[in-house]
Design a binder for this molecule. Sequence first.
Ligand SMILES: Nc1ncnc2c1ncn2[C@@H]1O[C@H](COP(=O)(O)OP(=O)(O)O)[C@@H](O)[C@H]1O
Ligand SMILES: [Mg+2]
Length: 158
Amino acid sequence: MSLTIPAGTVVAVVGEYGSGKTTLVKLLNRFYRPDSGRITVDGVDLSEGQWQKTALARATTRREPLLFGLDEPTASLDVPSEQEVFQRQMARARELAARTGAITVILSHRFSTVTGADLILVLDRGRLEEIGSHQELLARQGRYAELYGIQATAYAES
Ligand SMILES: Nc1ncnc2c1ncn2[C@@H]1O[C@H](COP(=O)(O)OP(=O)(O)O)[C@@H](O)[C@H]1O
Ligand SMILES: [Mg+2]
């Protein structure tokens, strides 16, 4: 996959289990090293030394992260807690974006969370199937629109 995430973007990643969401966020966070290709920040490759510095800085303070990754952070929470956690995390994402240009990547199956993102990535078997805003992806009437439709229908029925 090839994509550019502008500074200060809140990115949501959706896709079925095994589509590569966690792998993507681990690559972005440098928990994994890419076998091929490059991940750059402001056009510069995320060198080993820089990564170590970042990790060390993180160990002392996480007040100004470059990238804020949330991998299904509320999968085990009840609905009111989930709502609260997401509201708090989204407020933090927006505050960080405005202050430092930090990027937030949220992996979630809940479309109530996903629709609020600036950019939505739809993964399928390790590939980037669709990319765009909620409105753009709905208009495309592709995979995202289909997944969104399934959840919207389920909510309407319940
Ligand atoms: N460390 C690993 N080594 C080899 N394959 C892996 C590893 N982690 C995940 N995979 C495989 O990569 C694919 C994507 O997994 P993952 O990123 O965890 O998906 P998701 O988070 O979207 O459910 C799956 O087929 C999974 O089995
Ligand atoms: Mg995952």
